[in-house]
Design a binder for this molecule. Sequence first.
Ligand SMILES: [Ca+2]
Ligand SMILES: [Ca+2]
Length: 371
Amino acid sequence: MEYIILLVTLLAGTANSEICENDTICENGASCIGALRSTIYTCQCTFEWQGINCNEPLIQFNIRSDGFCGYNQYEDQGVIESPNFNNSDTYENNLECYYLVRVHNAQQITFTIESFETEINKDYLEYGQGYSKSSDSYFLEGNISSASTFTINGSYAWFYFFTDFNMQRGGFSITYIADINECGSNPCEAGEICTDGNRTYTCTCPEGTQGPGCTPCTSEGCHNRLRLKCGSDGRTYRNRCYLNHAACLDPTIRVISRGPCTSFGTFEVIGGPRICLGMEDSSSSSESFERTICPPTQAPTTEATTVNDMPSTTAAATAILCQNECPLSFEPLCGGNGVKNTTFPNICVLEAIKCNNDPELTVIHEGECIV
Ligand SMILES: [Ca+2]
Ligand SMILES: [Ca+2]
C-alpha cells in the first residue's frame, strides 16, 4: 500500500509557473524557474549579479578588477572549487571569488568538503544562507579535513573566496547535494497522499483505500475456507484475505500467528458467513474446533460439528465472554428471558450469554427445551 520512488531527475524539466511568465521578475538576463500553480520561483542570475531577483551587482563589494572569479550553480548537485584546483595548481593572490548556489525548491543543501587548504588568517572562504552576501556568515580557512559537512537551510547559499597578496595554497573543492520538496511536482497518482523525504517521496493511499488507484478496501473475492489467522487486534480471522481487508481499514493490524488467537474457549471468526468456534485447551494438542455459539448476539445453538483446521497456537487467550472460557461439554439446559426459551449446551455458556447480552436470562429447567 506504500511505495517509494527514488528520484532520478529533479526539476530540470519543470514547466515554468505563471509567475515566471512575468518576464520582468528576474533581472539582468537571469532565467526564471518555477512550477505550475506555484508562487515559488528561482532566478538564475547571470554572473556578477545576486539578490533574489538578480538585481544587486556584485561590484558593490569593490571587487578587484584583477581577481574577479567564481561562478553560479543551479543544479541539484554539483561542486564549487577555487581557481586552479582542477589542475592541481595553487590559487592566485588578490582574488575575490563569488559563488551562488541556488537549487529551485530546495529545503536544504548539504555541502561536503572534499579538500580544503588556504593560508591561515589570511586567505578564507566565507559563506552564508540567502540571496546575497551578508555579514551573517561563516568562515573556513587553513587546513580542514575532508568529508566535513555543513548544511544550509533553504535553497540559496552564497560563497566568497578572498586571498591576500602572497602565499598561495591548494584551495578547495566542496561538493553539494540538495534536498527539495519532492512532492512539489505532484508526483503521486490521483487520490494518493505524497510525503516528502530526503531526496525521495512516498505515495500512500488514504485510510480505507488500497492499491495503485487507492480503491476502497474490500473483502470481495475472499474465499471462505477456514485458514485461521490471529490478528494483532486480538481477533481471529477466517483467513489471510480477511485479515488483509481488516489491515486495509486499519494499517496497525497485522498477522500475529497462524490459528486462532485464543487457545481455549469460544471465539468468533471474523470474515465470511458468521461462525463461532469452540476450542479445547491447546495443551491437549487438539487440532480440531467445534462449531459453537457466537457469544454476543447470535441465538444459541446446540449444533456441534467438528471442523478440522490449522493447528492451535500458543497465543494468549482473548476475553470474548464475561466468563471467557467454557467447556465444550453438552449438558443441555433450557434458559429463557421471558420472551423466548432457548437450549444451551451447558450452564457456563448460559451464564456467559447472560453476562454479555441478556441479563434477563434464567434457567428454566435442565435438559433441552420442550418445543
Ligand atoms: Ca595568501
Ligand atoms: Ca525532500
